[in-house]
Design a binder for this molecule. Structure first.
Ligand code: DSN
Length: 442
């Protein structure tokens, strides 16, 4: 269609991304090469099955692409096996549950209000209607409550223990969880699958700045590919064990987990893989294997810790007191008496994008949580460093002061000039750090 408005809207989005700063910790910017692979003719192809075992002809090139993605993912995470077909992190998680658990089986995972993810047992999900999720929490200082995890594991004898999160700032003690699982498994008389959902920190693991759960007794790690891994929007499962024929049934034993997972992804829970996205995953994994990616991972954490320290100095209360990864959770309600949604709304007006987020034991209403969640992966990709983090913290405090003076969203109307001034400062800085994949002056 000539002059399809879709392309004009995409241009507007390019401008929004270029002129603002992305503080949402689960977002990032892909390279021009990743974009190119995603926008390729591979989207035209059906390829149900796996390399060498497809249900359609004409897959000789697709097989090479998917094999490259698999091999690179294995190398990144020192895994025996990789399944690169999950369309998303949610699909990846569901496939693992389906691979290992029977309906009604118990899964022990971090509760959503404590920082876990929706797909880790929130009652609104399909998984929660099939499996029996039991949730563990976090301590006052923001770490996993390992004592509670242990107590619940002994009491419920789960089939699967999951360590994973979307709002948690510590480095998990995988060894401790593996030890608990081994003891409970002995008492229960069956194997317990240890699964880590590392969607948020997979890039930090790949970059060598966070421990790899697969090297600490875990058999499976799921992830999205678009967060710190800086790839296309999608999912990934890497695992340890013997790799068998995914088209043949196999016994539900830990050593067979790679094959059980392949079968659970296809035909268990998905149909045709998105090979254009798998090509883009292969490109991203290739980038993640370069030595520069380790510098990137280190810088993400350095930026997050500098930003956290400055926010603290400016009076913001931080959940867990700070961060050991890329993510910061700020209690704006406790610090300044305003809720996270209002702060998110006001920051949007100056081109700083983050999300309102509930805190553990949040007293705020579901849509007006007390906190905001922010992080540094996207800003670090653009090349912002510690000096720029100081500016971001300063802008946040200035917007916060405006919020306090305004009282609510409507009150911001009388502060447009001040917000506009901050908006220009943000835009000027943002434009001096172009987004990869979008040519400057596009
Ligand atoms: N929606 C993602 C996040 O923002 O953390 C998790 O899937």
């Amino acid at each position: 269609m000539k002059n399809d408005p879709v392309f004009e809207i995409i241009k507007q989005e390019e401008t929004r991304q270029s002129e603002g700063l992305e503080l949402i910790p689960s977002e990032n910017y892909v390279s021009a090469e990743v974009l190119k692979a995603m926008g390729s003719v591979l989207t035209n192809k059906y390829s149900e099955g796996y390399p060498g075992k497809r249900y359609y002809g004409g897959n000789e090139n697709i097989d090479q692409i998917e094999t490259l993605a698999i091999e690179r993912a294995k190398e990144l995470f020192h895994a025996d096996h990789a399944n690169v077909q999950p369309h998303s992190g949610a699909n990846a998680n569901e496939a693992v549950y389906f691979a290992w658990c029977q309906p009604g089986d118990t899964i022990l995972a971090m509760a959503l209000p404590a920082g876990g993810h929706l797909t880790h047992g929130s009652p609104v999900t399909r998984s929660a209607k099939i499996y029996n999720f039991v949730g563990y929490g976090v301590t006052e200082d923001g770490d996993i409550d390992y004592d509670e995890l242990e107590r619940l594991a002994r009491e419920h004898q789960p089939k699967l223990i999951l360590v994973g999160y979307s709002a948690f700032m510590k480095i998990p003690d995988f060894d401790r969880v593996a030890k608990i699982a081994a003891e409970v498994s002995k008492a229960a008389g069956y194997e317990i699958l240890l699964m880590a959902d590392m969607a948020h920190v997979a890039g930090l693991i790949a970059g060598g700045v966070h421990p790899n759960p697969l090297e600490h007794g875990f058999q499976v790690m799921t992830s999205t590919t678009h967060k710190t891994l800086r790839g296309p929007r999608g999912g990934l499962i890497v695992s340890m064990g013997t790799v068998g024929n995914p088209l043949k049934k196999c016994e539900r034993k830990l050593e067979n987990i790679p094959t059980l997972i392949d079968r659970a992804v296809f035909p268990g829970t998905q149909g045709g893989p998105l090979e254009h996205v798998i090509a883009a995953k292969a490109v991203a994994f290739g980038e993640d294997l370069q030595p520069e990616f380790q510098d990137y991972a280190r810088q993400i954490v350095e930026n997050a810790q500098a930003l956290a320290a400055e926010l603290k100095r400016l009076g913001f209360a931080l959940q867990g007191g700070g961060t050991e990864n890329h993510l910061i959770l700020v209690n704006v309600k406790d610090s300044f008496g305003i809720d996270g949604k209002f702060f998110e709304y006001a920051l949007d007006k100056v081109g700083l994008t983050l999300n309102a987020n509930a805190l553990p034991n949040d007293k705020g209403a579901a849509f007006r949580p007390s906190g905001v969640r922010l992080g540094t992966p996207a800003m670090t990709t653009r090349g912002l460093g510690v000096p720029e983090m100081m500016k971001v913290a300063d802008w946040m405090k200035r917007v916060l002061d405006i919020c306090v003076a305004a009282g609510d969203e409507d009150g911001l109307g009388s502060h447009e000039a001040e917000l506009g001034a901050i908006r220009s400062e943000v835009r000027n800085l943002a434009l001096s750090f172009p987004i990869p994949g979008i040519p400057a002056n596009n």
